[in-house]
Design a protein around this ligand. Structure first.
Ligand SMILES: Cc1cc2nc3c(=O)[nH]c(=O)nc-3n(C[C@H](O)[C@H](O)[C@H](O)COP(=O)(O)OP(=O)(O)OC[C@H]3O[C@@H](n4cnc5c(N)ncnc54)[C@H](O)[C@@H]3O)c2cc1C
Length: 480
């Protein structure tokens, strides 16, 4: 009989779960320690872990990460010329080395482990795996090789393994970036910054090589709505206005009547609006006279078709429609214009992915269905960060959200809403599953070997680090 059960379970891939349940049952009288796992090691993963450790002295937290390296978008999103933003890594490292957190890199939820396995092994599971898919326009020509997502372009210059071979053609004069947020500004700035100002940052050498050959003269940043609706922040636009050898040009017509509206805005928004309105309407500063490059925010426009060159498969331009506002909505007027360009970058938002069929998910929003971080219909499953809230806000916003969810989980364990009276095997069970699948896991001290090697390679060429972009190479360094 047992043999039969075994073979059925083996065939259905459930043997490990079965054995695991046996183990749970046998050891349920042992002293209890809350065991929580967190999936995704970006800011949300680290901040929720930090909060749990603080709230619950006896807790064990395991932090799973798909890549062999931690820190999510702090490593792969934050621009290389903004190193100060990456200082949060010091806090994350302290948490990782507190002795209460186990970092387990190179483990992908959805393939290497699934949610039901984690739920059986831990008292609570926190999903913090971010938003990694980008939104598309769904218009003709979007499939052309020179129409890229800003997400992939950022991944390319920041060393994200999957994007390290992206083909970026900068043997062109004009690029168009669609979007009006900080990511759109980041990519415009990286394209327009003199390459000498980037070469001592942690930007990847492969992207630096392409940027140093760039013939780019102009980046047009297209927003579907007006200056009053921009999503970028004052620091980012101020940086663009001061960019060496670059001038900012905006159509004064987009600013008609804006001065009257600005007066009534809350202070931070008013300061941002005053800055861009002055830049658009005042005479240009003298320093712009010698500019060799142009940054051109263009408002009230949406793309309707990307155009292919007649001679090749390359992008030659984009047709855009002029919009007008109806309340807060951009409504096309039917007036069509054409922009010549050789590269288009789409920065119109991100979406989370459903990492397993048992995860309650809002496909449209790209977020885990949840109420205040509690996954809908799944007791003991939580979420925070971009996979829970959607992709908006900065690291600080993610921190506040993650602290709140961490606090709620600790409370639920206190009050019995999360039952910690039953023993759970925690990592012991998961390590068997991963071991059976032959997955090489990466600990935090393994990551420190990769970190050391990157810093050593960077030092040789005057950079803080040279990121390793091959997962295989990361794993072989981790195994040393
Ligand atoms: C291009 C860009 C630049 C930014 N610059 C700034 C800035 O300068 N300042 C600022 O304050 N904010 C910035 N932000 C915002 C900031 O990065 C986010 O607020 C924050 O990273 C969100 O944290 P998160 O943990 O939810 O997601 P992420 O940082 O994306 O972390 C998610 C983690 O989950 C992992 N993961 C994904 N899928 C799986 C899976 N199936 N299994 C296991 N692990 C998985 C990922 O590898 C990643 O490590 C920027 C964002 C972007 C996109």
């Amino acid at each position: 009989m047992f043999k039969y059960v075994n073979s059925v379970l083996l065939e259905s891939g459930c043997l490990t779960n079965y054995l695991l349940r046996q183990k749970v049952f046998k050891s349920s009288s042992a002293a209890q320690k809350p065991k929580v796992c967190v999936v995704g090691s970006g800011p949300a993963g680290f901040y929720v872990s930090q909060q749990l450790i603080k709230a619950y002295p006896k807790i064990e937290v395991d932090l799973f990460e798909r890549l062999p390296v931690p820190f999510g978008l702090v490593r792969f999103g934050v621009a290389p010329d903004h190193p100060e933003v990456k200082n949060v890594i010091n806090t994350f490292t302290k948490t990782a080395k507190s002795g209460r957190l186990r970092f387990v890199g190179n483990v992908n939820l959805g393939t290497d482990i699934i949610l039901s396995e984690l739920r059986e092994a831990y008292h609570a599971v926190v999903l913090t795996y971010g938003a990694e898919q980008d939104r598309e326009f769904g218009i003709p020509g979007e499939e052309l090789p020179d129409v890229l997502s800003a997400r992939r372009f950022v991944g390319w210059y920041n060393g994200l393994p999957v994007d390290s071979n992206l083909k970026v053609n900068l043997d062109i004069e004009t690029a168009v970036v669609f979007g009006n947020g900080n990511v759109a500004i980041d990519v415009a700035r990286i394209l327009l910054t003199p390459v000498d100002a980037l070469k001592n940052t942690d930007i990847t050498e492969h992207s630096l090589a392409v940027l140093s050959q760039s013939r780019l003269k102009k980046v047009i940043m297209v927003g579907r709505r007006g200056p009053l609706n921009v999503a970028f922040t004052i620091k980012e636009i101020r940086e663009m206005l001061k960019l060496p050898q670059c001038k900012t040009v905006m159509d004064p017509a987009s600013f008609e009547g804006i001065r009257e509206v600005i007066e009534g805005l809350p202070r931070p928004r008013r300061r941002l609006m005053e800055l861009i309105t002055q830049a658009a309407l005042n005479p240009p500063p003298e320093s712009w006279a010698n500019a060799t490059r142009v940054f051109e925010p263009l408002f009230f426009r949406s793309p309707i078709e990307f155009l292919k060159s007649l001679r090749s498969n390359r992008l030659s331009g984009v047709n855009i429609v002029v919009n007008e506002l109806s309340g807060d909505r951009a409504v096309p007027t039917g007036v069509v214009e054409s922009l010549e360009c050789g590269l288009a970058l789409r920065s119109i938002g991100y979406k989370g992915i459903k990492a397993g069929k048992d995860i309650p998910f809002d496909d449209e929003k790209g977020t885990v269905l949840n109420k205040n971080g509690q996954a809908e219909g799944l007791k003991g499953v939580y979420c925070c960060g971009w996979v829970a809230t959607g992709p908006s806000g900065v690291i600080l916003t993610t921190m506040n959200n993650s602290f709140e969810v961490g606090h709620a989980i600790a409370q639920h364990m206190e009050t019995g809403l999360v039952d910690i009276s039953v023993n759970k095997p925690g990592y012991e069970a998961i390590s068997h599953i991963l071991g059976d699948k032959g997955i090489q896991t990466v600990s935090f001290s393994d990551w420190e070997k990769i970190d050391e090697e990157e810093k050593r390679r960077g030092k040789e060429i005057g950079k803080p680090r040279e990121k390793i972009v091959s997962v295989e190479e990361m794993l072989s360094i981790a195994a040393r």
